[in-house]
Design a protein around this ligand. Sequence first.
Ligand SMILES: [Cu+2]
Length: 372
Amino acid sequence: MARQGSDKERDQEVVSRRAVVGATVGGVGAATLVGVAAAAAWPESKGGGGGSAAPGTGSGAAAEDTGNYAVFDPNAKPADGWKAHDPVLPPAPAETVHNITMVAREDVGEVAPGVKQNLWNFDGVVPGPIYRGKMGDKFNVTLKNEGTLGHSVDFHSSRVAPNVRMATIQPGETIEYPWEGTNHGIYMYHCGTPPVLHHIGTGMYGCTIIDPPDLKPVDYEFVFIQSEFYLGPDGKEGDYDKMTQEKWDLVVFNGYASQYVFQPIKVDLNKRIRAWVIDVGPSENCSFHVIGTIFDTVYKEGEYLLRPETSNGGGSQALDLQPAQGGFVEFYFNEAGNYPFATHKFANPGKGALGIFQAGEVETKPGEDMGH
Ligand SMILES: [Cu+2]
């Protein structure tokens, strides 16, 4: 499939270690969904072409400013062979001591179909790896800087002296960052090197999960990390001026615009689904909503807000998160169909904060509407 000319210099792409889509996910190639795949299909459908701005046409504000920024085309589709980041969350490993080496670096990667940016990252993936453990577990982290800029790491799940453990290290240096899982929840980690906004806005984040002690088994566990991208020139880092002005081009789950529209997440009917969600920003909020169902369980920032065993039948429609907040929701689907999920801040699903759960046997024909 033809891709943009910038591919000439794509020798160092960010490759997801979780790129192989798991058994519960995928199974519906982009080809089956041609016509419905574009994020523009919902909720900002304009019948094709609306909202897209080609460089040099003057139809987009960013293109007018410099004629130089990479541009998001909501109607573009990923190349053949593209795989979504696996959203499946594996269980916490059995060991209670986690010896972890993280590598900070910069690599060119794709954040939307045909849109390449130089992503500052941990371990060559955006978002960075997810570390999951139990209460009392020890995490012995070593950060190595194999990039060309100064970097650091700040685990929100830790109690440490920031000036010691979160210090910036230069290329070639390493730093030790031991911490203990004293409080359960889903936490952001990120590079804390000034300007922090630039390092987070260009991809340096991930999450840790410390399971609540009474966490119940469910049929599926997924993770959705919401973040923004502020497109710089093709193949270059994110635009810092756009970041300071909160002018994001993309809002995405797990590092790529609308990826679970292109590759819906397949689930069975009447199975309990737990979706962990964290908003790593750097600046936009998240109102996580799944169209066509109701959350009967909500856990946010270390506490249950709603659980079937203690509620009087109450339901929740959205998990509201400010940057650096997280939690999980649980739900199930009892009718076969396509169930979009998004942030209900409606300016953002059309910028990539949109995906689809495909529940049960669903016949999707090219061009078919997803229900909106
Ligand atoms: Cu950094």
